[in-house]
Design a protein around this ligand. Structure first.
Ligand code: DP6
Length: 345
């Protein structure tokens, strides 16, 4: 019996991964930049045991059927690690998220990062951070950015070995925070995996491909210099460009044609306009969004109370959940004692 536990945080992209050059390998069309989020985490324990005749997977107390899509995706990922370790032993996987899945935190990012690290450790594989990032990417593209600490950049690369993420600034580098405002708990109609595939249907796809390399350089430089205004301008435009692409990526849903994907809810737009208004009156805050209705408000640590008060003042009768995160470390192995403490939290 070989067992290990790992913890990973989801990450929030400031320059987005949207569109794949190779869907089988999760090689993106463009590089991306992100920050690990301290308040959200996934803890995974894996046990390889000769006694199992298939993988047993439990996420947040729910056992996945090994033939169900999510179960298969995890088993296929374990196959990649088993192949490297030259073993065919099945495993039990127990995963816990401290945040609801499908509500604006990338559970697949922290999920596949924690799974990759725990499985590699349980199988006795000594892999570098680069190798772990490459492997995590195979499970879910954005997971490669949850392996390194703090702020990460994923190099798009051109093949399996050249597409991975590295740390570009450590956890303590900058005092920015993310206030995630979860405006809806509805599951999204179109998964991000499908959104990636449809992105090229947008007539604006070609324009985005031209913009994104300059943006990567500007966001990287703004993080390095801790230039919040330059950073904010870039990330807000970036988020809107992703959604402009999504909203103009036409597709067929069960034989009915749709002109594009709307990840937003009405409250999403309401909040985006509020952030713009607050900024016009001197409070320097910016927004970003992933493929969902959750609005991530980015500000400096000293503005946290003010921003929280403004959101609460506006949303006092709405059922919005707010989650504040600082930059967090990357994926790490945890001991049984730490696991017990994590499970109690
Ligand atoms: C909008 O990593 O979830 O969050 O590789 O198909 O698993 P797969 O996609 P995924 O896509 C995340 C897209 C995004 C932007 C980002 O995180 O960069």
């Amino acid at each position: 019996m070989r067992r290990a536990s790992a913890i990973a945080h989801p990450n929030l992209a400031f320059v987005k991964y949207w569109g794949k050059a190779n869907s089988e390998l999760n090689i993106p069309f463009n590089g991306s930049i992100s920050m690990n989020l301290s308040s959200a985490k996934t803890v995974t324990t894996i046990t390889f045991d000769e006694g199992y005749d298939q993988d047993h997977i439990t996420i947040d107390g729910e056992t996945l059927h090994h033939q169900a899509k999510a179960g298969l995706r995890i088993s296929q990922h374990l196959d990649r690690l088993r192949e490297i370790a030259h073993t065919s032993t099945f495993a039990q996987v127990i995963t816990r998220n401290n945040f609801p899945m499908g509500t604006g935190f990338a559970s697949s990012a922290s999920g596949f990062a924690a799974l990759t690290l725990a499985a590699a450790s349980a199988l006795g594989l000594e892999l570098s951070k680069k190798q772990l990032s490459i492997l995590a990417r195979r499970g879910s593209g954005s997971a490669c950015r949850s392996i390194p600490d703090g702020f990460a950049e994923w190099f798009a690369g051109h093949d399996n070995e050249s597409s991975y993420a590295i740390e570009i600034a450590p956890v303590g580098h900058w005092d920015i925070i993310d206030i995630a405002v979860v405006v809806s708990n509805k599951a999204k109609l179109v998964s991000s995996s499908l959104g990636h595939e449809l992105a090229q249907n947008s007539p604006f796809w070609a324009a985005r491909s031209q913009i994104v390399s300059g943006r990567l350089a500007r966001v990287r430089a703004a993080i390095e210099k801790r230039d919040f205004s330059a950073f904010g301008h870039e990330i807000e435009s970036e988020a809107l460009e992703l959604h402009a692409i999504a909203m103009t990526s036409s597709y067929n849903l069960e034989a009915s044609w749709q002109s594009g994907i709307f990840y937003w809810e009405p409250s999403t737009l309401h909040l985006l306009k509020l952030v713009q208004e607050w900024r016009a009156t001197g409070l320097e805050v910016y927004f970003t969004l992933d493929a969902g209705p959750t609005v991530h408000i980015i500000c400096r640590q000293q503005q946290e109370i003010e921003v929280l008060q403004r959101i609460s003042g506006f949303a006092s009768d709405l059922n919005w959940n707010m989650v504040v995160s600082k930059p967090a470390s990357g994926s790490r192995i945890i001991s049984d004692t730490d696991l017990e403490a994590e499970t109690k939290n």
